[in-house]
Ligand binder design. Structure first.
Ligand SMILES: Cc1cc2nc3c(=O)[nH]c(=O)nc-3n(C[C@H](O)[C@H](O)[C@H](O)COP(=O)(O)OP(=O)(O)OC[C@H]3O[C@@H](n4cnc5c(N)ncnc54)[C@H](O)[C@@H]3O)c2cc1C
Length: 448
């Protein structure tokens, strides 16, 4: 079997097949060193909080997080899984009824209990900075401002409520990937460096992959896990996948003034906002077509978290205010204003970020592409071409979903019985007209 792509998806699949199921003769193929295209650029955060039209995403993520916890245990905490949660914060009281209804629905669909904290005496238990055991799941909805301020004194005065999602946190994706790769290689998986230029198929069966160096590897089974290059590679097998690639950036910076407390959850400002540029800045932004929108209303979702241990000062921040759909280009096109805009956006949630207006502390921007289906759900399972399988379209959640998705594809490949959520991620689901009609009405407003 050949797995094309050694990002977190391909590496996880190699592990789940070779280590957990004893499958032999696996070749992992990549033109780059493993885990170096998209999988080392993420925010490394995870959550089971996926409100949606049904509970399929929650079920997949719960399975994935179960596996992450098993791996944390078996690797002696090698990838520093924490359970700090995500803290969604709003300044708009009128949103609370809808938040609560959504949270109740997510809870019913398997995300865990919802706890309401409407008075300062509420029994709210903040998350520990390290470790993941013995923590609640579900979410805490804090609508008492005094309680919110007591636990999160650095939040903006504008914050009226917060939703603390609890089966969530972050980890070191690089350490996770390296652990899985080492275990897979020890179980016999071979890694080969090479760029695939052509996939050969005939009589509706996959036959071989051709490499840039002119070599040809015959294959009986081929798994496509090529991250942003999923669509063109599937097209070579005659399959037109409904996926787009969307550019997303991230900024890392030294929080040398200690504005972001070191023990907080992932902090998200959940309201749209306008930035208060000076008149000169406003005039400058107005001059060019691509910067003009920065003077207008910008979307919700700017978020940040501390990075590293207690003595580190690093932090990462993201804001999806400009996510062009484009063919993937590497190195990633630069957005020179990204650090400044994103750090300004964070002032909504952490007003002390304002002190960085004068001097931006050594920002470093990177990022990659979200590969997205119309309903923002992954593609995991067999293609109509015999012997060909997909493990992709992992969008902005490929680290957190990696174990559940790889485990699901491993079940397809070994003929095990499939979990109930398998059809929701099957690549052929779009062939059903009823499904296509249904997904036209889906909304996804919790994706970061
Ligand atoms: C800014 C940003 C923030 C994110 N934050 C999070 C987060 O907080 N939590 C989370 O869970 N996810 C997050 N993600 C998403 C996550 O990083 C991705 O979903 C995940 O890394 C995708 O993994 P992959 O293995 O599918 O793809 P990749 O990591 O891109 O790996 C694909 C591999 O295939 C190889 N390949 C492709 N074509 C060929 C070819 N023709 N020949 C040979 N090799 C080939 C590439 O070289 C590459 O190594 C984020 C992503 C971005 C960009």
């Amino acid at each position: 079997m050949l797995i094309l792509g050694a990002g977190i998806a391909g590496v996880s699949l190699a592990y789940h097949l070779a280590v957990r199921r004893g499958v032999r003769n696996i070749l992992l193929l990549d033109e780059r060193p493993p885990l170096t295209l998209t999988s080392d650029k993420s925010t490394e955060a995870y959550r089971n909080w996926w409100p949606g039209p049904d509970g399929a995403m929650i079920a997949l993520m719960n399975r994935s997080i179960d596996l992450l916890e098993e791996l944390a245990e078996e690797s002696a905490e090698r990838f520093h899984l924490n359970r700090r949660g995500y803290l969604f914060v709003t300044g708009r009281a009128e949103r609370l009824a809808r938040w609560r209804a959504t949270a109740e629905r997510a809870s019913r669909m398997g995300a865990g209990a919802l706890r309401l904290h409407e008075s300062a005496s509420g029994e709210y238990r903040p998350a520990p900075a390290e470790g993941w055991r013995g923590q609640p799941d579900g979410a805490d909805l804090i609508t008492d401002r005094a309680l919110l301020r007591r636990h999160y004194p650095s939040l903006s005065e504008r914050a009226v409520a917060a939703l603390h999602v609890r089966r969530a946190g972050w980890l070191s994706a690089q350490q996770l990937g390296m652990y899985l790769l080492e275990r897979a290689r020890a179980a016999g998986v071979e890694f080969h460096r090479g760029r695939v230029t052509r996939l050969a198929h005939s009589r509706n069966r996959v036959r071989a992959v051709h490499l840039e160096d002119g070599s040809r590897i015959p294959v009986e089974r081929l798994v496509l896990a090529p991250g942003p290059f999923l669509r063109p590679l599937a097209a070579q097998l005659g399959v037109d996948l409904p996926v787009v690639t969307e550019r997303h950036c991230k900024v890392a910076f030294e929080d040398h003034l200690g504005v972001i407390p070191r023990d907080v959850p992932l902090l998200i400002w959940s309201d749209s906002q306008k930035l208060d540029w000076t008149p000169e800045e406003r005039a400058f932004l107005e001059e060019a077509e691509d910067t003009r929108p920065l003077n207008g209303l910008l979307p919700s979702g700017v978020h940040t978290r501390p990075e590293g241990g207690a003595d580190s000062r690093s932090a990462v921040a993201l804001w999806e205010y400009h996510t062009p759909v484009e063919e993937p280009v590497f190195p990633l096109p630069q957005d020179d204003l990204y650090p400044e805009v994103t750090l300004r956006g964070l002032e909504a949630i952490l007003p002390a970020m304002r002190t960085y207006r004068e001097y931006l502390p050594r920002p470093a921007v990177d990022g990659g592409y979200y590969v997205k289906t119309p309903e923002n759900r992954p593609l995991v399972g067999p293609l109509p071409v015999e012997g060909a399988y997909l493990l992709g379209a992992l969008s902005g959640y490929g680290i957190m979903a990696s174990q559940g998705a790889a485990d699901l594809l491993a079940a397809h490949l070994t003929g095990e019985s499939l979990p109930p959520y398998a059809p929701a991620f099957h690549p052929r689901r779009y062939e059903d007209p009823a499904y296509r009609r249904k997904l036209a009405s889906w909304r996804d407003d919790w994706q970061l």
